[in-house]
Design a protein around this ligand. Sequence first.
Ligand code: SF4
Length: 219
Amino acid sequence: MRDKTLLAPYDLLLARHGPQHWWPGETAFEVMVGAVLTQNTAWANVEKAIANLRRADALGCAAILGLGDGELAEQLRPAGYFNVKARRLKSLCGFLAARGVTEAPEELADQGGLAELRHDLLAVHGIGEETADSILLYALDLPSFVVDAYTRRIFARLGLLRGSETYADIQRLIEANLPRDRRLYNEYHALIVRLGKEQCRPRPRCADCPLNPICPTAP
Ligand code: SF4
């Protein structure tokens, strides 16, 4: 891959859809909570769980740590896997508390380099690579490209992946072939998600796809 190869889809997507204004969250903490809750569920369900926390005046690190496990799980019920997600959210809040950033979790970004922070986030119970990168990019404004199932499917159909690459392989390939720019990473991932939902679905709608002119899979 070369810069030109990866910027071409981005330019076409941006020309069609414009900026996506991600991540939909009012604070860094809300973005972190959303990144944990969105695992294996649609965003609409995450919004309901976040609204529950807000209504219960519990959309904060200390408040979540102060809730009983069952009480927290009940608030998270709309997001699915609520017992698991309650444990994960408490682990994340415990991590933020241990780092002394419960009031301003965005200050985590000042506590180390990106690689070190990513390593530390991955050590938190229930935080995998996609969640860690979502937190780094969208809550902490650090340039860590988020790879998800849409990224894998779309780049494979564009002929840029073989399909057997690991998360780390794909992230390395993408980051090595794009300018290191958090705004670009932010917008590109958001546009990929939109394409994956609207056109590049399991059964692709190529006729209406902005990437049709450059896609080898298009009929
Ligand atoms: S042209 Fe078709 S296969 Fe290619 S990216 Fe668009 S929807 Fe996916």
